[in-house]
Write a protein that binds this ligand. Structure first.
Ligand code: 13P
Length: 341
């Protein structure tokens, strides 16, 4: 195993003030978002949208790595350039989502376990020559009455660790993503308790599976009140709860922490990341950045709506959100960046 290569790639993904762009929506998820906007749900529409993203001028100044979906890494720009090559030329490292999705967990009503370990070694060996230098696997943890269960947390943590070990064997940096969902009426405190338990379990499993922490990234949720919880804490309170949880549960050797956005409003996600840097920058042992999908793409997708005439405006919106999050990493994001007071 080339440990130096892994640690170099992981460090490059989080150095400076850039972050990651998750553009790895599976076809069902992508189709759901397209359907809401009346965009055709075809491979060509997926391709056209991903071309819009990849060819956004200046994107590489804000984005260090982009996570692709299996269909996308096999697609090309109109001029025949494979997307992975186009990204590399733009200064963006290509990555690949390799899990097979979160499935109902037997014996655990309302809970999910992520599948995709079967044949993973062979799939990783296929993706590396296509240009992928890192990978992603997402586990989903639901908060509800009596859940998450230990069985669910442990099964997901074990799969994440086995995936991460296989990635490192193949020379790919694993992004380990245990997502505690925002859905529900739970309090922020409960989200903090669950997130801490999940992260402790994940790192225990990563240790057992001999994963090199310097050669991986963690992609966690922020610690947030449930979407329908009557008490919605302030940006600063979310920053405090999130950083406290991460400091307790994430070893300092981890190369970087890159948040998912999880359905937060785009501006709120930027403001919360910004507050973490304003309040805690000097106390963080790891790089703290973003790996957003919706909080970067959603406004751009809505502007595009499948129309060629909207490509430029959509790219501007994409770059704007990427820039806002880049500023947040420096602790310099302000609401005035949004073009209004
Ligand atoms: P969101 O930022 O939309 O949560 O997506 C991040 C991601 O990659 C989910 O796996």
């Amino acid at each position: 195993m080339n440990v130096q290569k892994l640690t170099d790639t992981a460090a490059t993904l989080v150095v400076g003030d850039r972050g990651l762009l998750a553009m790895d929506e599976s076809n069902p998820t992508c189709n759901k978002r397209f359907a809401k906007l009346g965009i055709p749900q075809t491979a060509e529409a997926h391709r056209a949208y991903r071309e819009l993203i990849v060819t956004t001028p200046g994107l590489g100044e804000c984005i260090s790595g982009a996570i692709l979906y299996d269909e996308t890494i096999r697609q090309q720009k109109n001029d025949g350039t494979p997307f992975a090559k186009a990204l590399t030329e733009a200064g963006i490292i290509p990555g690949i989502k390799v899990d097979a999705g979160a499935k109902e967990m037997a014996g655990h009503p309302a809970e999910k376990v992520t599948e995709g370990l079967d044949g993973l070694r062979e799939r990783l060996a296929e993706y590396a020559p296509m240009g992928a230098r890192f990978a992603k696997w997402r586990a989903v943890i639901v908060i509800g009455d009596g859940i998450p269960s230990r069985g669910c947390i442990e099964a997901n943590a074990s799969a994440l660790a086995r995936y991460a070990a296989l990635c490192q064997e193949a020379g790919l940096v694993p992004i380990v993503e245990p997502e505690v969902l925002m859905d529900g009426a739970h309090t922020m405190q409960r989200c903090g308790e669950v997130t801490e338990e999940v992260l402790r379990t994940v790192f225990h499993q990563l240790y057992d599976q001999r994963v090199i922490l310097e050669g991986m990234l963690l992609k966690p949720n922020m610690v947030l009140p449930g979407l329908t919880c009557p008490q919605q804490e302030s940006v600063d309170e979310v920053a405090n709860a999130t950083v406290r949880c991460l400091l307790r549960a994430v070893p300092a050797a981890v190369a970087g922490v890159a948040f998912l956005s999880g359905g937060q409003a785009a501006e709120l996600a930027s403001a919360r990341l910004n507050a973490m840097h304003v309040r805690f920058k000097s106390r963080l042992p790891w790089a703290l950045t973003f790996s957003f999908s919706r909080a970067i793409q959603q406004p751009a997708l809505e502007i595009w709506s499948g129309q060629d005439a909207n490509v430029k405006a959509s790219q501007q919106a994409l770059l704007h959100r990427a820039n806002c999050n880049r500023a947040a990493r420096r602790g310099q994001y302000t609401v005035t960046m949004e073009g209004r007071k």
